[in-house]
Design a protein around this ligand. Structure first.
Ligand SMILES: NC(=O)c1ccc[n+]([C@@H]2O[C@H](COP(=O)([O-])OP(=O)(O)OC[C@H]3O[C@@H](n4cnc5c(N)ncnc54)[C@H](OP(=O)(O)O)[C@@H]3O)[C@@H](O)[C@H]2O)c1
Length: 285
């Protein structure tokens, strides 16, 4: 049995689907099974991993766990102690590239360093997936693209190698199933570096619509995110890292290709897979 924490997230859902397809027994943790829309065949575990003791059930024979730092929050040590007590032998952590290539505010890198340290201290075997930015972050642009075809943002030249969530999921599945990945930290990125204008152009190609990136001042972006009700951390995280990636691009590695034996998926492939999110609804619908 393999357990997925954050099973309703962009990576978690892919991991659940891949494991089921491979015939594995999967326990998927969610706070709200009624809304989770998890696939048939999965063992749904109701619980909040961010609350100490918040997991209602540890299915027998749970061997390895995919750990989502956001979902487990500050309860990681508690969660890992329970996992170990229930026989879990391996933990695969969705960590971040910023751990070894710092960008943005230091406190965000420190959060990932802290969770990695907590996992190391737990005594359970670990694999760290230090992920570059997810291509799925571009979904934040979807409302603007649908409404106007123009993305308003700061730091147009900020460049990263965004990751398709399927690549993260395929690597996670290997690490969950194969003990040979224990003790390894993998720096995962997409296949090449793209700045923000490139990303908008590639989404435009996928939906066959000319899109534009319009530069606005960072403070304007901050105010508009806060006005949408997002917590202070969101603009801090976003603008801090973009400012640094405008000075020097984020890393690009061939780790996905080395681990999966095929090239990492491109941002254009991700945009094709997610095109419906960027398409304006047809008139009258
Ligand atoms: N986005 C990036 O560029 C990036 C880069 C590197 C690393 N990461 C890390 O990768 C993970 C993101 O993965 P993802 O996008 O697949 O998932 P996600 O959207 O962060 O969350 C997945 C699920 O976790 C549960 N969850 C979220 N917040 C929670 C909270 N405060 N308390 C309890 N449960 C919570 C929710 O499930 P239920 O509602 O079903 O319970 C949610 O659907 C995060 O830990 C992030 O820090 C992200």
């Amino acid at each position: 049995m393999l357990m997925v924490i954050g099973a309703t997230g962009s990576v978690g859902r892919e991991v659940v689907d891949l494991l089921l397809k491979d015939g594995e027994e999967v326990a998927a943790v969610t706070r709200d099974p009624g809304r989770a829309a998890l696939p048939v065949g999965v063992h749904v575990v109701e619980g909040d991993p961010s609350a100490p003791g918040g997991i209602s059930e540890w299915p027998d024979g749970t061997e390895a766990v995919l750990l989502n730092p956001r979902a487990v929050g500050t309860a990681a040590a508690h969660f890992l102690a329970h996992a170990a007590a229930h026989g879990v032998r391996r933990v695969v952590v969705l960590s971040a590239a910023t751990v070894e290539h710092p960008a943005g505010h230091r406190r965000f890198a420190d959060q990932f360093r802290a969770i990695e340290q907590t996992v190391r201290d737990s005594g359970v075997q670990w694999t760290f997936l230090r992920c570059a930015d997810f291509a799925a972050n571009a979904l934040a642009w979807a409302p603007q693209i649908r409404a106007t075809g123009i993305v308003r943002g700061a730091y147009p030249s900020a460049a990263t190698s965004p990751l398709h969530q399927r690549d993260i999921a395929e690597v996670a599945v290997r690490a969950l199933r194969e003990p040979a990945h224990a003790g390894r930290a993998y720096l995962l990125t997409g296949p090449y570096s793209l700045d923000q204008r490139d990303k908008v152009r590639l989404i435009g190609e996928a939906i066959e619509r000319e899109l534009a990136f319009q530069e606005v001042a960072p403070e304007q972006v901050r105010q508009s995110l806060l006005a949408q009700g997002l917590p202070q951390d969101v603009p801090d995280r976003l603008l801090g890292s973009l400012a640094d990636y405008a000075k020097a691009p984020g890393p690009t590695t061939d780790t996905v290709e080395r681990l999966l034996g095929r090239p990492a998926l491109t941002f254009r492939a991700w945009a094709d897979d997610n095109a419906p999110a960027f398409l304006a609804p047809a008139a009258g619908s």
